[in-house]
Design a protein around this ligand. Structure first.
Ligand SMILES: [Zn+2]
Length: 245
């Protein structure tokens, strides 16, 4: 039997029917079928992937999200000193560690609300150039805001990291359960305590310009099962309906 190849977008969160009733990971029943929630990573070229619970192969389609060129006047934040590089490396480990602190008591609804009111100023997937140097792809969403604007929890979650980091400034990470995490960077103030459960819609902090930034905004990253996915699709009005169609 030849299963058709399903196609997904770079950075997409999707629900895919599994052949039967049994599977691992996040399973949701919709239209009397059991579906598995999968996160497809950003890809620089079309790629084919498989999943143990899904018959056949799946294609991840490359999307050209464009590029963005920014200028950081403080060159010490671009060409790091040895001690700053060591600090950034230590912080990368802390972030990785926080992203393994899954809260097994939580089950995400995937019914996201916007963390800030502001519009998207830099989408997911753009190739970044800083002061003319090619850098990593922007696998987060930048949302506009003024310093002090509230940031709210887009889903119920537990605070698994708070800190002041070299690149991301005042940073908070929420675990929403089942391998779903969201991260908030460049905050002015953090209004939530490590270890606490935050209800959806409750304030976790305010927009700021801490860390390496050109101005105040929220840099919002969403991780599912280790992949950084495109947050912009998650806050579309009919996201959950579309996911479970
Ligand atoms: Zn950003």
């Amino acid at each position: 039997m030849n299963a058709e190849t399903l196609t997904f977008k770079s950075g997409e969160l999707a629900a895919v029917s599994i052949g039967g009733e049994d599977g691992s990971g996040t399973l949701i029943k919709s239209n009397s079928q059991i579906k598995k929630i999968l996160a497809f990573p950003f890809v620089a070229n079309d790629q084919t992937v498989t999943d143990e619970d899904i018959e056949g192969t799946m294609k991840i389609e490359y999307i050209n999200f464009g590029e963005s060129r920014i200028t950081i006047a403080d060159t010490s934040k671009v060409n790091l000193s040895v001690s700053d590089q060591q600090r950034a490396n230590r912080e990368a480990l802390l972030i990785r560690e926080a992203l393994s602190k899954n809260d097994s008591t939580l089950t995400p609804s995937f019914q996201f609300i916007r963390p800030v009111a502001g519009i998207v100023t830099s989408p997911y997937g753009k190739q970044r150039y800083i002061n003319g140097q090619k850098r990593s792809v922007h696998l987060a969403l930048d949302m506009n805001g003024k310093t002090g604007d509230p940031i709210i929890a887009p889903l119920k979650g537990r605070v698994v990291l708070v800190g002041d980091f070299f690149y991301t400034g005042n940073t908070l990470i929420l675990s929403h359960g089942e391998g779903l995490y969201t991260s908030y960077a460049h905050m002015d103030e953090i209004n939530a305590e490590l270890g606490k459960i935050i209800q959806q819609g409750k304030q976790i902090g305010t927009v700021g310009a801490t860390g390496r930034v050109t101005g105040p905004h929220l840099h919002w990253t969403v991780y599912f099962n280790g992949n950084k996915i495109n947050p912009e699709w998650l806050i579309e009005e009919d996201f959950l309906k579309t996911l479970l169609k």
